[in-house]
Design a binder for this molecule. Sequence first.
Ligand code: PMT
Length: 412
Amino acid sequence: MNIIVGITGGIAAYKAPELVRLLVKDGHDVRCAATEHALQFTTRPTLETVSGHRLYCDLFSSGSTEHISLKDWADLLVVAPATANIIGKVASGIADDALSTLLLAMPPERTIMAPAMNSQMWAHPAVQRNIATLLGWGIRTVGPADGPLACGTSGTGRMSEPEEIARQVRCVATEQVRCVATLLQHTQQPQPAPTTHAPLAGQQWLVTAGPTYERIDSVRFIGNYSSGKMGFALAEALADAGAEVELVTGPTALKTGHPHVHRTDVESAREMYSAATQLFPACTGAILSAAVADYRPSECADHKLKKHGSEGMTLTLVQNPDILATLGTMKRDGQRLVGFALETDNELANAESKLQRKNLDYIVMNSLRDAGAGFGTDTNKVTILGRDGSRNESPLLSKQEVARMIVETVTQ
Ligand code: PMT
C-alpha cells in the first residue's frame, strides 16, 4: 500500500521513524507529512532517510495542490502521534497547515489516528467529543495505551507502540485484499438473490459479549460472572440470519465455529471500547450484551502486590468509558443500536432510562430476580423495550431461543 505517516507535535513523535521503518519493512511505500511542532521532537533528515522520500511539511513549497496529489497517491494516512490539537482541528474542519489540509482532503475511512496526550487531556469532554465525531465519520483510532506518561504521571494517553500501529495497518491491508476479492467475486459470478432464510444478507452487525477484566496487579483483576453465552448466541443468531458479525468478547472459554462470526478478543473495558468504536461505523447495527466494568483501579501494579501486616487495603477506582453511550453519540441515520440492562430492582424503569439516556433503539432487560436468567445460565428471560414504546416479553427460554427472538425484534 501507499501510506502517508502524519506526525504532530507530541513527545511520541520520536517514535514515528520506527513506525515508518516497520511499515517499509512490511513492503509499503511510505511518505511522511509533519507539522512544524513535530520537528521539535523528530527531524526532517531522519524521516526522509527512513522513508526514502522528501518530507511534506510546507503547504506551498511544491505548489499549492500537493495535498491533493498526496491524497490521490495514498491508500492510507496514519497520524502518529495525533495530538489533542490535530484531533480538534479535524473535528472542526480546520485546515491551516500542510498536515491538517491533507487530513481534510483524505476520505475518513482511509485515515487512522494514534492519539497521544496527557491522561487528563484525553479524558477532557472536548477531546472525547472530537474523537467520537471522527469515529462517527469512519476514521479509525489505535490507542491511546496506558502507562507512564512524559509528564511524569501515569494513565491513559501514551501513543500505542509502533508495532501495534503497524499491526493495525496490516489489518487494514488484509481488509482491502478481502474487499477486492469480494468485488472480483461479485463482478465474476452472478450472485443468488438473498433468500427468505437470510433476511440480513449484506448486513454487518457488531456484538459485544462476556465480562471485562480490570487489572489490579500482575495477578489480580476486578471482573464479573458473565460467561459470554448470551452474546455468543446473539452473534450466531445474527449470522444464521445472513449477517456478517463482528463479535468483540471479553475473556471466556467459549468457542465460535460459525464462518460468518469474526471474533476479536479483548480483556478490559478500554480495549472493548477501542474495538467497538472502530467497528461500529461500518455496521448496520450493534447489540451490546457484554457486562462491562463501570470502574477500574486507577493504577495497575506491574508486580504482585504484597500483603502488609494486618492492615486493610484501599483501591482507588476511576470510571471506564461507556461504550454503549459512545456508540449512541456516533449512531447515524439507519443504524440500529441495542443495549442490555441487567437489573435487580425497578427493572423496567431503569431499563427505560438507559434506553433514553444512551440513545438506543431497543433495550433488552433481564432481571437477576428471575430464576434461570442472567449470568452464566443456559437460559434467559427478557423484556425487549423499543424506543417506539413497544414491549416484547419472553418466557424462560434457552439463550439461543432468546437470541433469535431479540434478532427478529430488533432487525424488523
Ligand atoms: O454472559 P452471560 O453469562 O450469558 O450473561 C448474560 C448477561 C447477564 C451478561 C447479559 O444478558 C446482560 O445483561 N448484559 C448486560 C450486563 C450489564 O452490564 O448491564 P448494565 O446495565 O450494567 O449495562 C447497560 C448496557 O451498557 C449494556 O448493554 C452494557 O453492555 C453497556 N455498557 C455498560 C457499561 C460500560 N462501561 N459500557 C457499556 O457499553
